[in-house]
Design a protein around this ligand. Sequence first.
Ligand code: ACO
Length: 331
Amino acid sequence: MMQHKKVRAGITALGAYAPKTVLTNADLEKIMDTTDEWIRTRTGIRRRHVAGDDEFTSDLAIRSVEDLLARHGDETLAGVDMVIVATNTPDALFPATAALVQDHFKLRAGAFDLLAACPGWLYALSVAQAYVEAGVCKRVLAVGAEVLTKLIDWQDRSTAVLFGDGAGATIIEAVPEPFGLKSMILGADGSGGHHLHMGCVGKCLPNSTPLSKYVYMNGREVFKFAVRVMNTATIDAVAEAGLESADISLFVPHQANLRIIDAARERLGLAREQVVITVDEYGNNSTASIPLALKHALDKGQIEVGDNLLLVTFGAGLTWGASVLTWGGGA
Ligand code: ACO
């Protein structure tokens, strides 16, 4: 009987974008009852990039794809047959922001948005992986793009200091051995949805929690949840890849809070130099967080072809995900 070799998907191109306008902690001190010291010691954030009044998720997504083209060449979008935009802040409920991206680059591709809170880009990566490995798609453009600062209550210091805007774009396609995605762990616990939410067309969550008009977060509960799932999901992702912590070259966590990242790093027994940190510069830009961190690491020369990267993320839902990826395999 003929043996079919398993197709493995990997990331072969990447770009990212953050808006030019920067809001420092000192800027926030002027508009709310907070201090640079509080923000830095509790979160690790120093600055965040904020979209302009007329800049929306599709604009940031398109800029991140333009960056991808600038890095990898104009041919990089050839053959893309699916566009996925992971976002919590689509330009409109419909049409999908992904369709706006598809149209901008005149791609012959399907297009849809994906909502899974901050882990959205990792969920999009898993969908792209499944499409490619099943032969449904050849090349998928998976973007994480976010303008969460437009949904912040600037009177609420417990959330306003945490978020920033940004976008990251990735191409997912078949890669040769030994490259590509080695594991994918995804999870959700909707019973914790009331800890982090924002309304839209509904009135309440199932447990009668009134939906908030702005981003609402019970920081302490989300903190505990994050530390717990970052630990379990990373252990599971490394094991599913058939590896051990010692085989991980670089840890690329969701950039929400330096203390959460440090707790996960220590549990994994990794050195500080093995962790990508961008939370100081960008704050939490949700679905854009990991692709933006990957770009930062590539630019700093922190990633070599053949490195095993460990990605992990968490967010509203509650949702989470982790994955091990051997970098490289693109043309
Ligand atoms: N400046 C000054 N003081 C503040 C601020 C601020 N910006 N925000 C809160 N405080 C005060 C509080 O009012 C409180 O004062 P009190 O003791 O007098 O009541 C005190 O600081 C401590 O507040 P805590 O909430 O206990 O502070 P904590 O150490 O837990 O830090 C934080 C808060 C940073 C929000 C933390 O809980 C956290 O990072 N949680 C996880 C957040 C996260 O990762 N979210 C991801 C979301 S992903 C997505 O899907 C959108």
